[in-house]
Design a protein around this ligand. Sequence first.
Ligand code: 13P
Length: 150
Amino acid sequence: MPTRKMKVRKRIALVAHDHKKTDLIDWAYFNRTALAKHELFATGTTGKLLEDKLDRPVNKFLSGPLGGDQQIGALIAEGKIDILIFFWDPMEAQPHDPDVKALLRLAVTWNIPTACDRATADFIFTSPLILDDYTVQLEDYSQYLKRKIK
Ligand SMILES: O=C(CO)COP(=O)(O)O
């Protein structure tokens, strides 16, 4: 089975919809010491808020509705994101819902630990694996396709 290696210093993407931004920023501030060990990526507005609150640089992409989710999805497909913290809003449709779905789909496709709420983010950040070099097992999609075609 193919694998992908995650180094100790993880590349973490953080994204939040507008009504979830306060939750994400609070969570990130509470976990700022743990986050300090890792490299942060974010969609535009979320990234700006994180930089201000954490007083540290964040690799910022476009705002979500303008393509930021797609940019993070592309990095996941290239094996350049290790963890996704995405507090999406279950109560409000987004103009870019297809992009949101695509990002979540790629995270599952590439076996990326993904937290869509604070409880799951806490589980990820209290896992011993966060401090390890960690090998992720990837589904072999060429095998999967062969099985499907038969
Ligand atoms: O819309 C988003 C995710 O789908 C987040 O984008 P912003 O961080 O730019 O608000």
